[in-house]
Design a protein around this ligand. Structure first.
Ligand code: ZN
Length: 85
């Protein structure tokens, strides 16, 4: 089983960043934010059993790119939610 660790990191950052925002945090918006962030980033696959050490695989600049991608996506979806209200 392969696992994209960038997905985990995007999810972690999304939780942390959303805590700072008062925007819609429904499941639809979260999924849109996740998808948008992941489409901006290169996937980074590891064998699933090694996923626990995921952070060690990525250098600081890659981790920074992930954080920035999530911030940009949150900002965008916040202003353009894909549902009414
Ligand atoms: Zn929403």
């Amino acid at each position: 089983m392969l696992h994209n660790i960038v997905e985990d990191l995007v999810e972690d950052w999304l939780e942390r960043i959303l805590a700072e925002y008062t925007c819609c945090k429904c499941a639809k918006c979260r999924m849109d934010m996740m998808a948008m962030s992941l489409n901006k980033l290169k996937p980074h696959y590891v064998v699933a059993r090694d996923a626990y050490s995921r952070v060690r695989y990525l250098d600081t600049s890659t981790q920074n790119d992930i954080m920035m991608a999530v911030v940009t996506s949150v900002e965008f979806i916040k202003d353009h939610p894909r549902h009414e209200g």
